[in-house]
Design a protein around this ligand. Structure first.
Ligand SMILES: Nc1ncnc2c1ncn2[C@@H]1O[C@H](COP(=O)(O)OP(=O)(O)OP(=O)(O)O)[C@@H](O)[C@H]1O
Ligand SMILES: [Mg+2]
Length: 269
């Protein structure tokens, strides 16, 4: 048995139509790690998470998960696919892709029922995740009629209900209100304390200190331009600036316009 969750080696991937999305990515992820992937729009973060979730496969290089090469034909085998999908859960950047049942309750129950979890336990998990994400009042609603933030919470709930070993979160806090962000971060931190591996793609640098020990920065060249501790990456102004990761504030004060940048850790002073 390998003691690695993922080994990503020299991975290249282009979307149909030949849009390069990853151009030589290497990464090693161990059990219980908290990883963040950051980078400007279009640098390949979501593509990486899709590869780690076995939805697409490298055109060059390899992805190994739990000691086994992740290959399209091996996931055709129903048992192998079930084993893998029980262990890895992806929260999509776009919740609409994730939600397809007539009710929120059914969407949350879908994963566990697929994996043969007993109905009583499924109902317990629905109650539990509804509590974590404060969606009790939405359980009998039609997912497509929810607000964007509500959909996102339901999409996260549907993955939590599977209780995977590895969580892949694609922009989990984008567009959510502050209290919901807090609940989701608390959930991520607690899950990690219970041994779960957490890999998050995000633009929200303020959450990284809590949800990541290691950060990989993806560049416009669709490669990792830097991997390091969260602190070292977040304090590297030149790195964040050159990769379009620093927020630029423009505001008026005493009749004058001020434009300045914020490093993510500066707010904690
Ligand atoms: N379904 C698709 N078909 C064709 N090209 C795609 C598709 N999805 C992504 N791409 C392209 O692949 C590249 C990487 O996209 P990806 O969605 O992985 O970026 P990202 O870092 O997640 O961006 P964002 O911050 O906007 O979410 C981009 O150039 C994008 O245009
Ligand atoms: Mg993305």
């Amino acid at each position: 048995m390998s003691d690695l969750i993922y080994e990503v080696k020299d991975v290249h991937f282009s979307w149909p139509g030949k849009f390069p999305a990853l151009c030589g990515v290497d990464m090693t992820i161990r059990p219980g790690e908290k990883i963040a992937v950051i980078g400007a729009n279009g640098t390949g973060k979501s593509t990486l998470l899709h590869l780690l979730d076995g939805l697409i496969f490298p055109h060059q290089g390899s992805v190994t998960a739990f000691g086994e090469r992740l290959l399209e034909h091996s996931l055709f085998d129903e048992q192998a696919a079930h084993r893998f999908r029980r262990r890895v859960g992806l929260v999509f950047q776009n919740a609409d892709i994730q939600l397809f049942c007539p009710s929120v309750r059914e969407d949350i129950a879908f994963g566990p029922l697929q994996f043969g979890v007993a109905e009583e336990e499924v109902n317990r998990r629905i109650r539990e995740v509804a509590q974590v994400l404060d969606i009790h009042h939405l359980l009998d609603r039609v997912p497509h009629q929810l607000s964007i933030g509500e959909k996102k919470r339901v999409a996260i709930a549907s993955v939590l209900a599977i209780d995977p070993d590895v969580y892949l979160f694609d922009e989990p806090t984008a567009g959510l209100d502050p209290l919901t962000v807090r609940h989701i971060i608390d959930f991520m931190v607690n899950a990690n304390r219970r041994g779960k591996t957490i890999i998050t793609a995000t633009h929200d640098l303020h959450i990284i200190g809590e949800i990541a020990d290691t950060v990989y920065v993806f560049g416009q060249n669709k490669k990792i331009v830097r991997g390091g501790s969260a602190e070292s990456v977040l304090n590297d102004r030149a790195l964040l600036e050159s990769n379009n990761l620093i927020h630029i504030h423009r505001h008026h004060h005493d009749g004058k316009e001020h434009v300045h940048q914020h490093l993510p850790l500066e707010q904690h002073d």
